[in-house]
Design a protein around this ligand. Structure first.
Ligand code: GLV
Length: 322
């Protein structure tokens, strides 16, 4: 059997796949254009894909003989899962291994934006630091403030747990209310969307990108937030209206933002690049060496399991396994 790895991954994943299958490894960081992808998938049974590969209904409709699409990411908005299910293709992702790493990074953005760490670095680095002054780069407090979380799944919970250590009041909103035991453990209170926006000092996004969460945060939502509030996005770019966030930051309708994901990566709204009250990162929230290595090997294991007739550990469409 043959596996296509669409883009560079950690070498352990490729070695593992090569011990079992013939492997067509695209070892570049550019990966494949949609046209190249359409060619390379011919004659393969397994695909190890990344979030930059788009498997929409048209691409999936053209796949022949493919049994598994193993995405090296927890998010899978790049794959039309119902279309894959209709073709009997198993789809897998890489949950759990990146939960704590991603929560750490959401907090890195939160703390950097609140305490103006990046501005401070630029200030020192450019030689502007001439004297200590009473309000030099004064930011927002974190300890004891209110943290509002959209999406109390694995990562949202890990972010909330850290918030407990900072003595924060935790609010959350989700399509589904969390079990009482989770709410109690985290001290998290379920509130409606508007209450979360109005009461939170920090709003952190941890929802998957779906039609229901697209532009979850736009101008009306930003207008409800406190002028001192800080928005953190480590979920997916299209969950916020990027132009609206840029305008709100410019007009200081919110104080700051920490953004790891963007609507049209690697493009960033030009206004965001001009502002000092936003911390920008290139979609690296899960990027610790250990976690990215584990995501690579996990996708390879999911792919191998499906090809060897074993149910993959992280199967997203169990209907194909029935
Ligand atoms: C990264 O964004 C992921 O979904 O794993």
């Amino acid at each position: 059997m043959k596996v296509l790895v669409t883009k560079r991954v950690f070498p352990e994943a490729v070695e593992y796949l090569r011990s079992k299958f013939e492997v067509d490894y695209v070892s570049t960081d550019e990966g494949l254009t949609p046209q190249e992808l359409a060619q390379r998938v011919k004659g393969v049974q397994g695909i190890v894909s990344q979030l930059t590969d788009k498997f929409d209904a048209t691409v999936i409709g053209r796949l022949e003989g493919v049994k598994v699409l193993a995405n090296v990411a927890v998010g899978y908005d790049n794959i039309d899962v119902p279309a894959a299910t209709a073709k009997g293709i198993a789809v897998t992702n890489t949950p759990d291994v990146l939960t704590e790493t991603t929560a750490d990074f959401a907090w890195a953005l939160l703390m950097s934006a609140a305490r103006r760490v990046v501005e401070g670095h630029a200030f020192v680095h450019s030689g502007q630091w001439k004297r200590w002054t009473i309000d030099l780069l004064a930011g927002q407090d974190i300890f004891g403030k209110t943290l509002g979380i959209f999406g109390l799944g694995r990562i949202g919970q890990a972010v909330a747990r850290r918030g407990r250590g900072f003595g924060m009041t935790i609010l959350y909103n989700d399509a589904q209310r969390a079990p009482e035991s989770i709410e109690q453990e985290l001290g998290a209170r379920f509130v409606d969307k508007d209450t979360l926006l109005r009461e939170s000092d920090y709003v952190s996004l941890h929802v998957p990108l779906t039609e229901g969460t697209r532009k979850l945060i736009g101008t009306p939502e930003l207008n409800l937030m406190k002028p001192t509030a800080i928005l953190i996005n480590t979920a997916r770019g299209p969950v916020v209206d990027e132009a609206a966030v840029a305008e709100a930051l410019k007009a200081r309708r919110i104080a700051a933002a920490g953004l790891d994901v963007f609507e049209k990566e690697p493009s960033v709204h030009p206004l965001l690049l001009e502002l000092t009250n936003v911390v920008l990162a290139p979609h690296i929230a899960s990027a610790s060496v250990d976690t990215r290595r584990r995501m690579s090997t996990m996708a390879a294991e999911n792919c191998a399991a499906a090809l060897e007739g074993r149910r993959p550990a992280n199967l997203l469409n169990p209907a194909v396994w029935a």
